[in-house]
Ligand binder design. Structure first.
Ligand SMILES: Cc1cc2nc3c(=O)[nH]c(=O)nc-3n(C[C@H](O)[C@H](O)[C@H](O)COP(=O)(O)OP(=O)(O)OC[C@H]3O[C@@H](n4cnc5c(N)ncnc54)[C@H](O)[C@@H]3O)c2cc1C
Length: 449
């Protein structure tokens, strides 16, 4: 047996496919993006069509990992490592027959049914699934784009720790009480799912992580202010969840300013419609927009740049082009409610589109998309959160426990589960990570003198 054959066997059926084989297939299904939506579409398609020789399923992503964004909070609060939050895409491929290509999408030509990649290659398609996610939207307000810190990636989670430590160190040596306060004030813009967990994570990291090293925080507490433009937090949730989230955050000592817009940011101030906050650090989590390659498509877009789809999650003029996850602007076919930009919805849409494409290929009828939300989870502090499960709403330790258990079960890799569980447990016993980690390459380099 050759080494190559042995590797194939060990990886339980991995097989590579030539470009020619892909082009020859009667049904070329191209999935752009291997995040929550894209991977579920590939798995579902494989389930129904994986054995057919005339079908080729190709998943393309610029990274070789799926990032579990919901787990970034525990990286930022110093409980686990960034690696624990990513699962290599090749792991999903084991025992399945879809193919994976490592490339960045540069341009999508819907008319001619071809996608172009940054490495100069292109691939035609018969069915296309756009699952390219979203990026954080930063409005063009004075000072905001230059000064706001974002939170989307493992590097951002580490940077949150770095920035908080920088601010505490600056406060530590500052003699002027007013200036010290501005170092100790952290503002979060955005009262959606990301904003509420971001504010809670800041509080948790400072008090559960750094307090032992900066005990003077007891007399000079850090201030976390959550600024939200809407009248209630997490406005896409039911009103009682918004109310519970606000109560839990306020109980944790976080100031919530609803009906308030950020208007400008300077080095030491955040100007809002309700007055100026003296603060040196602003995190921005107010809304998402579509990636450029999605925004560039000459079809109808929602205000945030995502693609407006019909009740089958297709671009109306292109019935063979489906959009799932954050890149889609979709509505539930039964209730007409908007589909939220969440991992849960992206996975649901991915599975639906996988089933729908396989039905179309097998000449079966298709049904419109109906979203059945499983609930709502938010981690809001060291031992608290909000968990909406069916008709029940939990807070405090039960919500905290449900959050951790759900993600441990949900992440599809035993390696990640073991690392996560061990790191969470060790952080309870040994404490949080409190060291700064500079991840930007070359940041410590100096020119030759
Ligand atoms: C900090 C944070 C916490 C969150 N917490 C929760 C939570 O608790 N619960 C919840 O339900 N949702 C949560 N979300 C939202 C959730 O992560 C998204 O809704 C979900 O990831 C959307 O899935 P998707 O498949 O549309 O996109 P993604 O999962 O983002 O996948 C998009 C994929 O496309 C790839 N890609 C993008 N551009 C290109 C390109 N040009 N070429 C090639 N590949 C490309 C990316 O590498 C990525 O793999 C959170 C989001 C953030 C940022």
């Amino acid at each position: 047996m050759t080494v190559g054959a042995r590797i194939d066997l060990l990886s339980k059926g991995h097989r590579s496919q030539t470009e020619e084989e892909y082009r020859k297939a009667s049904y070329k299904i191209l999935i752009l993006g291997a995040g929550f939506g894209g991977i579920q579409a590939a798995i579902e398609l494989d389930k129904h069509l994986g054995k057919r020789q005339d079908v080729s399923i190709l998943v393309v992503d610029r990274d070789n990992t799926q990032l579990f964004q919901p787990l970034l909070w525990t990286v930022a609060s110093g409980k686990n490592c960034p690696d624990d939050t990513t699962v290599p895409i090749r792991k999903f491929q084991k025992g399945r027959s879809f193919h994976v290509m490592h490339s960045a999408v540069k341009h999508i030509d819907l008319q001619n049914q071809v996608v172009y990649f940054d490495n100069g290659e292109d691939r035609p398609f018969d069915f296309l699934v756009i699952a390219l996610g979203s990026v954080t939207a930063i409005p063009d307000l004075p000072g905001l784009r230059e000064r706001a810190l974002l939170f989307r990636s493992p590097a951002d989670a580490i940077e949150l720790r770095n920035k908080v430590i920088d601010a505490l160190e600056m406060a530590h040596k500052e003699q002027d009480p007013e200036a010290r306060k501005s170092w100790l004030t952290f503002v979060v813009g955005g009262g959606g799912d990301t904003g509420i967990e971001l504010a809670a994570t800041l509080k948790e990291y400072i008090y559960a992580g750094l307090f032992a090293e900066y005990p003077w925080l007891e007399n000079e507490p850090a201030r976390i202010v959550l600024v939200s433009r809407s009248s209630r937090l997490v406005p896409q949730s039911r009103p009682h969840i918004s109310k519970t989230v606000q109560e839990v955050l306020e109980h944790e000592g976080i100031e919530v300013m609803n009906n308030t817009s950020v208007e400008a940011v300077t080095e030491d101030e955040v100007k809002t419609s309700a007055g100026t906050i003296k603060a040196r650090t602003l995190f921005w989590a107010a809304g998402i927009t579509a990636p450029k390659v999605v925004k560039d498509l000459p079809v109808e877009h929602a205000r945030n740049g995502s693609l407006i789809v019909d009740k089958f999650l297709r671009i109306p003029q292109y019935p063979n082009v489906f959009v799932v996850g954050d890149s889609a602007w979709a509505f539930d076919a039964r209730t007409n409610d908007p589909i939220p930009p969440t991992a849960q919805a992206a996975e649901h849409m991915g599975r639906y589109v996988g089933r729908t494409i396989s039905s179309l290929i097998q000449n079966r009828s298709i049904k419109p998309f109906v979203f059945k939300p499983l609930g709502h989870l938010a981690l809001l502090g060291q031992r608290t959160g909000v968990a909406e499960v069916g008709p029940l709403t939990f807070t405090g330790i039960p919500a905290w426990f449900i959050w951790h258990s759900y993600y441990l079960i949900h992440i599809p890799s035993w390696q990640n589960r073991i690392y996560l569980f061990t790191h969470w447990l060790l952080s309870l016993i040994l404490g949080r990570e409190t060291g700064q980690l500079r991840l930007s390459p070359g940041v410590l380099k100096e020119g030759i003198q």
